[in-house]
Design a protein around this ligand. Structure first.
Ligand code: DMJ
Length: 673
């Protein structure tokens, strides 16, 4: 029988191999025997008829195909499994962070449980800051990675209840994402509503140790070089005449002592690091290692020593990774703790760091509100680094207490608080200047430091800014500059301290972190005013305090200066705000304004033999009346902010990774964006 017989009518005929089988195997005429037994027999016969070689070849082919089959089955199985898992993972991640579209899911970290801390999703942050127009890369030594978060015991707070009273909480169904809206401002806080717990289990590493993406250093520009030159000149004076002492007296070529702790040297450490002054840094480090001793019978002001010494040591530790600075920070931190041993837990203003005793000023049992509420960034960071919760607990208790206090006026606080009763005193006077200023600054900055979870802080900050708008904003004549005045027992005063010029920078930082856009508008208006406080004055330098004209008068500028207020202490606040404004807008006018200010410092405050001096009279260019004192914040803050302002490198202290304390010492944000 033909194995295959061509159809009779088929077109071109082909030849076929034909195998003739015995009769029993023949297909019955007209029938088709397809029984199993027949097929088995027939195959077997065919097999038998093959030569040994043919059989070996066929067997080899079967074996080869079988092996291939097994291999491809296992690898396809793996691939299939991972495809299925990945798409599940993507779904879960997108559910946890609604609205998030994973552009390249393959490179994302494995998702965490929904209730795990959200700091584990730094790349997935919802609050992506706007792209800046002048992005540059920075020196590798300043790159930080998200600090590992210590395991924390979470405590359930009822802070949200308070937030809900003031802040509308919008629970978006399906997305499960809280959007807090505050009078039009839309804030997307971290999804967790729990504040960072006080319980700290493991100490943290310095941020520099976890440096990632080693990047090319960005070249330093002319204006930055001018800042370096200014710093070196100031440092020369300090080194020659005041080495190891608190402040340089550049005219008398001597020094003044406040705490006797080398204040200028410590305040300037991280500035030297940022400016790249290695030699100077090393020399100063040696002094810290060999000569800085805190075991001294000396009274120090809790606030000043916290922001300058503790803050300076902590930030230098982070930038350099050198444990010497952490050891010193722990030492001073511990020595400052007796200040909190008061009936109300509101700390005393002064501590004897050698004796371990604390006390209020001689004439009162009050403390200054700004002082007791502007030590938190530093003590909280000290807890995080050491694993010892006592530091954070002490300062958090103060904030919680102040949060509940009556005596505020639409979020604005009085200037004094009693250490016995814990109540505000001298009620009725409200200012954003001396004695209250950094209370507002630290509300926002603590909120950012802690990963935007502590809603009481945000609530107090937002409410206070509303209070500023309602009670303290006015416009001057003739230029109609918006300024922040003061309120005393219901009476508005058009007085504004230079200290208030921190506010535009803080408002801009808040706006950058997702707060109301009208905060940014206010920041732009106020920084113009602060600049005018320099530009309208004969030396181009701002006095300590100005009074704005509310009524147009012929021949009068917006800014009036009283004889007692016409000194300039080389303060940083305007330059600080210019730095934030430039970082967030990229508008070069802010750099130009800062450049003018630097030149005027050089013109009127530079002492030829080294150092810069505060002056008594900003209105007299021919004799600005030098005061013979260089404040430590000139090196700690003013020149540092100048250098950062002139830089186009947003990674030179990236504001999504670091938060500056009120003395310009950068500390890591615990959950960086
Ligand atoms: C600094 O010590 C700090 O900036 C503080 O917040 C205010 N006073 C000086 C600078 O002016």
């Amino acid at each position: 029988a033909a194995m295959y017989s061509g159809a009779a009518a088929g077109p071109p005929r082909r030849d076929f191999i034909s195998v003739t089988l015995g009769p029993e195997e023949a297909v019955g005429v007209g029938g088709y025997n397809n029984s199993k037994a027949w097929r088995r027999r027939s195959c077997w016969r065919k097999w038998k008829q093959l030569s040994r070689l043919q059989r070996s070849v066929i067997l080899f082919l079967f074996a080869f195909l079988a092996v291939c089959g097994v291999i491809s089955y296992t690898s396809m199985g793996e691939a299939w499994k991972s495809v299925t898992n990945k798409s599940l993972d993507d779904q879960r991640t997108e559910q946890a962070i609604p609205g998030l579209k994973l552009a390249n899911p393959a490179v994302l970290p494995a998702p965490q449980k929904a209730d795990a801390n959200h700091g584990d999703y730094p790349e997935l942050s919802l609050q992506k800051p706007p792209k800046l127009p002048h992005v540059r890369r920075g020196p590798s030594n300043l790159q930080i990675k998200a600090p590992q978060r210590a395991t924390r015991v979470k405590t359930r707070h009822d802070t949200m209840r308070a937030v809900e009273e003031l802040v509308e909480v919008d629970k978006v169904e399906k997305t499960e994402k809280s959007i807090i809206s505050w009078r039009g401002a839309v804030i997307e806080p971290d999804q967790s509503t729990e504040p960072p717990s006080n319980k700290i289990m493991e100490p943290e590493k310095p941020s520099s140790v976890e440096a990632e993406d080693q990047k090319e250093p960005v070249p330093i520009n002319e204006r930055q070089l001018a800042v370096i030159e200014a710093f070196r000149h100031a440092w020369k004076g300090y080194k020659d005449f005041a080495w190891g002492h608190d402040e340089l007296k550049p005219l008398s070529k001597s020094y003044s002592e406040w705490f006797g702790l080398g204040l200028t040297l410590i305040d300037a450490l991280d500035t030297m690091w940022i400016l790249g002054l290695k030699e100077e840094f090393e020399e100063a480090r040696k002094w810290v290692a060999n000569d800085l001793v805190f075991d001294k019978n000396v009274d120090v002001n809790l606030f000043e020593s916290t922001i300058r010494i503790l803050g300076g040591l902590l930030s230098t530790y982070h930038l350099s990774g050198d444990s010497l600075f952490l050891e010193k920070a722990k030492d001073i931190g511990n020595r400052l703790m007796p200040a909190f041993m008061t009936p109300s837990k509101i700390p005393y203003s002064d501590v004897n760091i050698g004796r371990g005793t604390a006390h209020p000023p001689r004439w009162t049992s009050d403390s200054t509100v700004a002082e007791v509420t502007s030590i938190q960034l530093e003590f909280r960071e000290l807890s995080r680094l050491t694993g010892d919760e006592k530091f954070q607990k002490a300062v958090d208790d103060v904030m919680k207490h102040v949060h509940t206090l009556s005596g505020k006026n639409d979020g604005l606080v009085p200037m004094f608080i009693n250490t016995n009763s814990g109540q505000f005193t001298h009620l009725g006077v409200y200012t954003l200047g001396a004695r209250a200023d950094s209370y507002y600054e630290y509300l926002l900055k603590q909120w950012i430091q802690g990963g935007k979870k502590e809603n009481e802080l945000l609530e107090d900050y937002m409410r206070a800014i509303e209070g500023v708008k309602k009670h303290l904003l006015q416009r001057s004549e003739p230029k109609k500059l918006t300024f922040v005045g003061e309120l005393a027992h219901g009476h508005f005063s058009a007085k504004m301290d230079h200290l208030v010029c921190f506010l535009p920078g803080t408002l801009a930082l808040g706006a950058h972190n997702g707060l109301a856009t009208d905060h940014m508008k206010l920041a732009e208006t106020l920084i113009e005013t602060c600049y005018q406080m320099y530009a309208q004055v004969e030396t181009g330098l701002s006095p300590e305090i100005v009074h704005f004209n509310l009524h147009a008068q012929k021949g009068h500028k917006d800014v009036e200066i009283k004889p007692a207020d016409r000194h300039n202490l080389l303060r940083p606040e305007t330059v600080e705000s210019l730095f934030y404004m430039y970082r967030f807008t990229g508008d070069k006018k802010y750099q130009d304004w800062g450049w003018e200010i630097l030149q005027n410092f050089n013109r009127y405050t530079r002492v030829p033999t080294g150092g810069y001096t505060s002056i008594n009279n900003v209105q007299n260019p021919s004799n600005p009346e030098p005061r013979d004192k260089m404040e430590s914040f000139f090196l700690g803050e003013t020149l540092k902010y100048m250098f950062l302002l002139f830089s186009d490198d947003i990674d030179l202290i990236n504001l999504d990774k670091y938060i500056f304390n009120t003395e310009a010492h950068p500390l890591p944000i615990w959950v960086p964006a």
